[in-house]
Each structure stands twice: as structure tokens, then as C-alpha cells.
Design a protein around this ligand. Structure first.
Ligand code: NAD
Ligand code: TYD
Length: 352
């Protein structure tokens, strides 16, 4: 049994589905608060699978977390639960401090108490895997080398600052208490079940709806993009064979400027679902006000995980983005389910 937190979100949901696609995989306890970003429709195909047990709750709820650990005795915890959207963190940072910092602290403390009481092999094999982001390293200029695990932490947004704080707690629990942790810092993910407030799904859905495709500033900000299935396979490797107390950068070796990402999506849609008027979806591109404190460039040097654990991404950006666009075309029902009233309120607040 493993305990997953945030397993109804984008990456956690993909992780749960990928994990249980293996018929001999251990069962999963999935603890998720079901914020606006959590969506049980992602896990619909598991509703008759006894290996998956969903628990609606908060990682910050000490009583609940202690009870789950005592009852299910997981051999590992993988912590995906977080507030994850930079723009939302600018409008309202409090939830980010609460879940990403205080919530992770609570999870660490409950898990440490549980681990302290384990014995023998169970104690030796226990792992706490903290899922984090490359945004903790701050922003690069065009000529800087990519982030390695040795880069200093220089977070610039409330989101990245709260993730950085949680990474520091995880590190300290290893050094102070000997608590068995691993941390992964991953670049921007994309793929199926991605909530359409983030760039890639937002652009796909706005394009199909005939709406503007909003590009912040000059659109020359660079991100490294990784297909979500590759992030999940990397986490499985680190969980299985990562060295305790270590951090591993995970990336796709796919640096792209935002404007190029959006143009690529437009040209795939032009082929797969041409506009009725024969024009390109690129005609919908609209430059809007920049994000405050917008990081210019992220780039990940993922050579440590490749060297030490033999992990490499299976998808290129070209194959992954095509699969992703196709997935959104094939799954209008999932999209219908997530673009609720609260989603529309967000769009109104952010793009008015
Ligand atoms: P997401 O916002 O799609 O999902 C987060 C999930 O956590 C949701 O299901 C939500 O309901 C749940 N959650 C939020 N607060 C909770 C709480 N207090 N208790 C329990 N559950 C709670 O996020 P995501 O994109 O899937 O990201 C997952 C993790 O990966 C995060 O820790 C994020 O920082 C990290 N990460 C994301 C990316 C990316 O590109 N999306 C890249 C690198 C790292
Ligand atoms: P996002 O998907 O929010 O991820 P992150 O901020 O974690 O990198 O944004 C990816 C990039 O796209 C980022 O540089 C901001 C930019 N962006 C836009 O240009 N327009 C948009 O409407 C959104 C949501 C993002």
C-alpha cells in the first residue's frame, strides 16, 4: 500500500492511473481535498478497482492523516498535494502558505511519528517522496546554464516561495531526524487531465471555443516542457531507487518560448480540427498584460537522474503535444465536467 496525496489533480491523477495500470502494483490510498483543481472524473475508470481507495480530506488535518497511516500502514507516501497555479498565488497567496507549507509540515510530522514506531524492514524501506518544481530555483537569463540540483533557491512568486519552503522542511526532516525522504524538482508538465487554467490546456480549449489565446507580455518566456507520463515514470524510479536525502531534477530537454508552444498547438489543431473559415487558429493569438514578477526562463539539467537511475523521457515535445491535443479533442465530457461556474469566475478575474 502507498499513500498518495493530491491524487485527484493533474499529475497525481496521472500517477495513480499509470501506477494501477500495472496489474501487480500495490494498492493506493488517495488523500485529496478536492479543491477546484481536484477532479474525481479523472479517476472514473477506477471506481470498481478495489486497489484504489479515495479519501476526501486535507493533508493539514492531523487527526485524519494519523488515522490513515495507522489504519493502512503505507510503505511510502508520495506528496503531490499543493496549490499549484502561479497566477492564483498572485491573487491569493494564503492558501499556498496553508497547503504547501503548513500542510506539508503536518504530513511530515504525522509521517515521522508513524515511521518512528515502525520496526525492522518496514522502517528501513519506508519513503517520503516530495514532489516539487523547478520554479524554486528562480529565473534564468538566455545564456545561463540549466538548473542543476546544486543551484541556489531563488523563488520569485508566492507559489514558488511556498514550494521552496516545503522543500526546505523536507530536507531538514532528513538531516535533523534521519527521516527517509527524496525530493524531485520537475519542469512544466503537460498532458491529459490538465486543468484548463494552465497555458497548454487553456490554449487548446480557447482555440476550439473561438476565444482569444492570451499570451502574457512578449511571449518569449521560456519553459522546459515534460509530458506528464514521463514525470510519473521518473517519480516511480526515484521512489524505487533514489538515494535518501537526495533531490533529483526531472525535465524533458524541451525548452520552448511560450509563443512557439501556442503556435505549435494552433498548427496541430489546424490539421486535426480545421476552423470553419479556413483560417489558422493562430489568428486568435492575443498579447495581454504580463504576469507580475514573470520568470523569464526555466531550464532543467536532468543529467543526474539519467546518470544515477537511468531515467530518460520517452516523449519529445512534438509527440507529447500531439497526443495531448488529440486527448482534449477526444474527451469533451471530461472538459465539460471541469469548466464549472468557479472556473468561469477565474477566467473573468484573470482575463477581464
Ligand atoms: P493540481 O493543482 O492539478 O492538483 C493538486 C491536487 O492537490 C488537487 O487534486 C487538489 O484538490 C489537491 N489538494 C490541494 N490542496 C490540498 C490539501 N490541503 N490536502 C489534500 N489535497 C489537496 O497540481 P499538479 O499540477 O497536479 O501538481 C502536483 C504537484 O506537482 C504539486 O506539488 C506541484 O507543485 C508539482 N509540480 C507541478 C508541475 C506542473 O507543471 N503542473 C511541475 C512540477 C511540479
Ligand atoms: P503556466 O501554465 O501557468 O505554468 P507556470 O507559470 O507554472 O510556468 O504558464 C506557462 C507559461 O505561459 C508562463 O510563462 C506564463 C505563460 N502564460 C501565458 O502567456 N498566458 C496564459 O494565459 C497563461 C495561463 C500562461
Amino acid at each position: 500500500m502507498i499513500l498518495i496525496t493530491g491524487g485527484a489533480g493533474f499529475i497525481g491523477g496521472n500517477f495513480v492511473l499509470d501506477w494501477l495500470a500495472n496489474p501487480s502494483a500495490e494498492g493506493i490510498i488517495n488523500l485529496d481535498k478536492l479543491t477546484y483543481a481536484g477532479n474525481l472524473a479523472t479517476l472514473e475508470c477506477l471506481k470498481n478497482d478495489s486497489r484504489h481507495q479515495f479519501i476526501h480530506g486535507d493533508i493539514g488535518d492531523q487527526g485524519l492523516v494519523k488515522q490513515l497511516l495507522a489504519e493502512h500502514k503505507p510503505r511510502a507516501i508520495v506528496n503531490f498535494a499543493a496549490e499549484s497555479h502561479v497566477d492564483r498565488s498572485i491573487h491569493g497567496p494564503a492558501d499556498f502558505v496553508q497547503t504547501n507549507i503548513v500542510g506539508t509540515f503536518n504530513l511530515l510530522e504525522c509521517a515521522r511519528e508513524y515511521w518512528n514506531a515502525l520496526e525492522g524492514q518496514a522502517k528501513e524501506q519506508f519513503r517520503f517522496h516530495h514532489v516539487s518544481t523547478d520554479e524554486v530555483y528562480g529565473s534564468l537569463s538566455a545564456s545561463d546554464p540549466a538548473f542543476t540540483e546544486k543551484n541556489s533557491y531563488e523563488p520569485n512568486s508566492p507559489y514558488s516561495a511556498s514550494k521552496a519552503a516545503s522543500d526546505h522542511l523536507v530536507r531538514a526532516w532528513f538531516h535533523t531526524y534521519g527521516f527517509p525522504v527524496v525530493t524531485t524538482n520537475c519542469s512544466n508538465n503537460y498532458g491529459p487531465y490538465h486543468f484548463p487554467e494552465k497555458l497548454i490546456p487553456l490554449v487548446i480549449l480557447n482555440a476550439l471555443d473561438g476565444k482569444p489565446l492570451p499570451i502574457y507580455g512578449d511571449g518569449q518566456q521560456v519553459r522546459d516542457w515534460l509530458y506528464v507520463g514521463d514525470h510519473c515514470s521518473a517519480i516511480r524510479e526515484v521512489l524505487a531507487r533514489g538515494s535518501l536525502g537526495e533531490t533529483y531534477n526531472i525535465g524533458g530537454w524541451n525548452e520552448k518560448a511560450n509563443l512557439d508552444v501556442v503556435k505549435t498547438i494552433c498548427s496541430i489543431l489546424d490539421q486535426l480540427r480545421p476552423r470553419a473559415d479556413g483560417k489558422s487558429y493562430a489568428a486568435q493569438i492575443t498579447f495581454v498584460k504580463d504576469r507580475p514578477g514573470h520568470d523569464r526562463r526555466y531550464a532543467i539539467d536532468a543529467s543526474k537522474i539519467e546518470r544515477e537511475l537511468g531515467w530518460k523521457p520517452a516523449e519529445t515535445f512534438e509527440t507529447g503535444i500531439r497526443k495531448t491535443v488529440q486527448w482534449y479533442l477526444d474527451n469533451p465530457q471530461w472538459v465539460e465536467g471541469v469548466v464549472s461556474g468557479s472556473y468561469r469566475d477565474w477566467l473573468q478575474k484573470q482575463y477581464h
